[in-house]
Design a binder for this molecule. Structure first.
Ligand SMILES: Cc1cc2nc3c(=O)[nH]c(=O)nc-3n(C[C@H](O)[C@H](O)[C@H](O)COP(=O)(O)O)c2cc1C
Length: 308
């Protein structure tokens, strides 16, 4: 049975866990291939896949998320297992730690069968910020080889009979929903701009517009990101800005003002663009670290449903 183990590991700790898993499964008679997510190839020819990621603020590195996203269809056809590395204490060896929201959503997308959290490693000489600050109090290697091998032993028993898990589609991820939110955001921005310009002096109107646009996009993206499976903060923020800029060019410059002068004004255009981008990206970042709300708190209609 051919098994691919792949990982996203900015500082090598998670790669070490993947290698221990690989050695243990190899010793148990499986044909194991180890490959970092950065190598970016597909999963053709493999009968099962293990995907691991280091946790940074509750999130996996972009390269391993990209690997999962690009291979959703293929991963849905084989048994898939996820593992995370993170806690800088012995909590992962003492108890089962559930996947973070972001990792749980990725698991649902590909129908991953199970997830395991292992202790992490933080180099005392870490150079980058904020790792350098964290290392002053939390440096150490909490990867527990016995714990890692024990999970590999469980997998070795399960894998030969394992079937793909049940995948879930997330309506909240749809392009239509993303563009719909962007258009609503643009409508708020345009209505505020035109409304304020008609009742207040130019300077006051532009300052009030910048403040209110920022608040409007915090509220809008708060709602957007709260639905399970919503897109990542950065692409969402880029889409919002792109749609607002396009509609400004088409409607405000093309129809309302009949002039492209608004694009020459930092206060009318470029500052609000920068603020709405920052408001969306920051709100998305905050929401992605929150625990997932209970079913009764979700927005109606945004619920995920199992893939047929
Ligand atoms: C800035 C920063 C944020 C972190 N955030 C988390 C976290 O949210 N949850 C967690 O369990 N561990 C967290 N950790 C610990 C890392 O996941 C741990 O160091 C991990 O082993 C790093 O893996 P790598 O060496 O493969 O990059 C964080 C570490 C750093 C430096």
């Amino acid at each position: 049975m051919r098994i691919l183990i792949t990982w996203g590991s900015p500082h090598g700790g998670t790669e070490g866990i993947a290698r221990i898993l690989g050695e243990a499964l190899d010793a148990a008679g499986f044909d194991v291939t180890l490959r970092s997510a950065e190598q970016g190839r597909g999963i053709d020819g493999f009968d099962a896949v293990l995907v691991g990621g280091a946790l940074y603020a509750g999130r996996w590195p972009a390269n391993v998320r990209r690997f999962v996203r690009r291979n959703v269809a293929a991963l849905r056809r084989v048994p898939v297992y996820f593992f995370s590395s993170g806690p800088l204490d012995d909590s992962a060896s003492r108890s089962d730690i559930a996947p973070t929201t972001q990792v749980a959503v990725l698991m649902e997308r590909v129908g991953a069968r199970a997830h395991h959290t292992f202790g992490g490693r933080l180099d005392p000489n870490a150079k980058s910020f904020p790792a350098r600050e964290m290392a002053k109090t939390m440096a150490g290697d909490w990867r527990d080889p016995a714990h890692i091998r024990a999970w590999a032993a469980d997998l070795a028993v399960e894998l030969p009979e394992a079937k793909p898990g049940v995948a879930v589609d997330h309506p909240a991820r749809s392009l239509r929903r993303l563009l719909g939110y962007a258009v609503v955001g643009w409508a708020l921005h345009a209505a505020l701009l035109l409304g304020l310009q008609s009742v207040a002096p130019r300077g006051v109107a532009l300052v009030a517009h910048s403040v209110l646009v920022t608040l409007a996009f915090v509220a809008l993206s708060w709602r957007y990101f709260h639905a399970r499976g919503a897109r990542d903060p950065l692409p969402t923020a880029l889409t919002f800005v792109g749609v607002v800029a396009a509609l400004d060019a088409l409607v405000l410059a093309g129809v309302v003002y009949r002039s492209a002068d608004i694009f020459a004004s930092v206060a009318t255009t470029w500052l609000p663009f920068a603020l709405l981008f920052a408001a969306t990206a920051a709100t998305g970042g905050v929401v992605s670290t929150l625990p997932w709300p209970k079913p009764e708190e979700r927005h109606h209609g945004d619920d995920a449903h199992a893939h047929p």
